[in-house]
Design a protein around this ligand. Structure first.
Ligand code: COA
Length: 374
């Protein structure tokens, strides 16, 4: 199975509504794949919030109306892991179909901040979390507290993660914060959101869409092989997870590496789901890049920068590329495909293999995918 075409919109505050955002990504992916809509056998849509934010469910039928098609279209939701979970499910359909399209979309801006936080928070446990006042920034602040109790001060390392991701995002013209100058001082001095969590430790609220054309056969030399795609689920509530580690991440990663017949250190680049900077840090440990408590050392040594041994989030990650929830998991794949094709311009790294880590909640679902240039 191969990714034969990719297309995306810019991420950020877009003056477009769901139909236009979806259409732009689909059109670009088809052009990139040199295919026409009539060549696509089925479409899989990833979306999390349209029901709550826009009052619009049944995006599959909405898309059929816009594109004037009648092929099977499905919509799947797994909170911030919607993209990865939709991609995972779509691959089974290639036993029947030749070319499919996977589309991720979200419109998040334009709502009052507290209403949006409540909407995003519905993806946590109703009784254990929501009714106790849990929202996601609170969860991230709790993980920072847990990590510091165990391993000591981490805030300077988190600032370095944020800086790296903003530097990378500044080389990605589609990124939410493309063109925004960000310094270490600005990050460290940014306003507190909750607990020790600063503004620059958070991913932003973004609109955007990404589409991928996935084919059963290799189409041309730009086609990128899907070496593995595995998923694991875990407890929905942070209070049920261990202190500074996410079992679903470890399991999904182990399954994907085993299915690919590879080791984590075989990866030339990694996209980590840095919804908050602390998540990038603990994920480096859960993926097995280093022992627990050691991720900060790799970050301080510059190992995860563009010119480092294991570049992480070359597109800017969720922090700077942006986080339109339903599109995010596919944006990670878009970046890996772009890098493996050698088409990443100023942020190009030397890569033959790449891994995408996409999570939902903290951490209720995790999808890990591995790609290879062959
Ligand atoms: N990082 C850096 N700057 C940010 C930012 C972020 N995460 N979020 C907003 N800003 C900037 C805006 O660009 C704007 O800058 P400007 O004044 O120069 O234009 C300014 O801060 C105010 O933006 P606003 O949208 O009013 O901020 P806010 O206080 O309403 O929202 C957060 C800030 C952190 C609460 C919001 O971005 C958020 O909720 N992020 C997390 C989203 C989430 O939970 N996603 C899923 C979890 S994985």
């Amino acid at each position: 199975m191969y990714i034969c075409g990719v297309g995306r919109t810019k991420f950020g505050k877009l003056e477009l509504e769901l139909p236009e955002i979806m259409t732009e990504a689909v059109t670009k992916a088809l052009i990139d794949a040199k295919l026409r809509l009539k060549d696509i056998d089925a479409i899989f849509i990833s979306n999390n919030l349209a029901g709550l934010n826009q009052g619009q469910l049944h995006l599959n039928s909405l898309l059929a109306t816009i594109l004037k098609i009648d092929i099977p279209i499905f919509r799947l939701e797994s909170t911030c892991a919607s993209g990865g979970a939709t991609f995972y499910n779509s691959l089974f359909s290639l036993s029947k179909f030749k070319n499919i399209l996977v589309l991720g979309v979200e419109k998040m801006t334009g709502l009052a901040s507290d209403l949006l936080s409540t909407n995003i928070g519905t993806t946590s446990d109703l009784n254990l979390d929501q009714e106790q006042g849990f929202i996601f920034p609170v969860g991230a602040a709790m993980i920072i507290e847990r990590y510091e109790k165990r391993f000591g001060n981490v805030m300077d390392d988190l600032a370095l993660i944020s800086l790296k991701n903003h530097e990378n995002g500044n080389l990605n013209e589609y990124a939410h914060f493309y063109g925004k100058e960000v310094t270490l001082e600005k990050i460290k001095g940014s306003r507190t959101i909750v607990g020790k969590l600063r503004l620059y430790d958070c991913s932003p609220v973004s609109d955007g869409a990404v589409a991928l054309v996935v084919s059963k056969q290799k189409r041309d030399r730009r086609s990128i092989k899907i070496q593995a795609c595995e998923m694991a689920t875990g407890p929905i509530s942070l209070s049920l997870n261990p202190r500074t580690s996410m079992p679903a991440v470890k399991t999904a990663c182990k399954r994907a590496l085993s299915s690919a017949g590879m080791k984590i250190l075989d990866m030339d680049l990694i996209e980590i789901h840095d919804g908050y900077t602390i998540i990038e840090l603990i994920t480096m440990e859960d993926l097995g890049l280093c022992k627990p408590g050691q991720a900060g050392k790799l970050i301080r040594e510059g190992k995860t920068k563009l010119n480092g041994k294991i570049p992480i989030n070359t597109d800017g990650g969720l922090k700077a590329n942006g986080h339109p929830i339903g599109a995010t998991g596919l944006a990670q794949i878009y970046e890996i495909v772009t890098q493996l094709r050698g088409e990443a311009g100023k942020r190009q790294v030397n890569a033959k293999t790449g891994l995408a880590h996409n999570i939902g909640g903290m951490v209720g679902s995790c999808v890990v995918s591995i790609f290879k240039r062959d």
